[in-house]
Write a protein that binds this ligand. Sequence first.
Ligand code: DC
Length: 223
Amino acid sequence: MTAKRNIVTLDGPAGVGKTTLAKRTAQALGIAYLDTGAMFRTLGWKLGADAASLSEAELTARLAAFSFSLSGSGADTVLSVNGTPVGQEIRTEEVGMLASIVAKLPAVRTALKAAQQAMGAATPLVAEGRDMGTVVFPEARCKIFLDASPQERARRRFDQLVAMGETPDLEALTEQIRQRDDQDRNRAIAPLKPAEDAVIVDTTTLDIDGVFNEIMRHVKANA
Ligand code: DC
């Protein structure tokens, strides 16, 4: 049997709260967190949707220009690309959709999987994304899959945007979430799905503290 690695995986669909929870879990454990969605977002933002029409060789060459690194730990973990911390510009729904488009490309998945595994080999991690438990860290010691209905995830996003002074459209947000779910769950490589040995936590009726407590209960059970 392969030895379990000191990695906690948090997978799940868009808008389920993975980044907030990964940060909080990493802080409680005193280890770094890896937001792999931020890596796909960075590539979606820098390469654009046209990446899908490049040849495999051309795309691989472009990808070689990006080097991701992680520093610090807990809530202070910083993900950088080519030495510069990844910023807020990648946090829009449009960049999320671009990320989901480039995430279907085999060359992109191969490059990011190698970078993610290198970071996991160097340091214990709370790793969040879509394929952490299934593909990137199959030997993780604790795997959690977070879920919630699309309506609930859209409502949470709506509340966040209202709190930021924006005037979002709940129906449009729900539709964006459904489209991204569809792309992430139905792609050929590393689709969004729970690992066979993952614990599934339905967060629809839980608040963030409730989900965090549930995560920590499973983490401790697998210490
Ligand atoms: O978690 P997020 O919304 O920031 O991720 C943006 C997109 O990146 C998501 O829609 C699909 C892709 N992604 C992926 O394919 N695999 C991952 N491990 C993380 C994200």
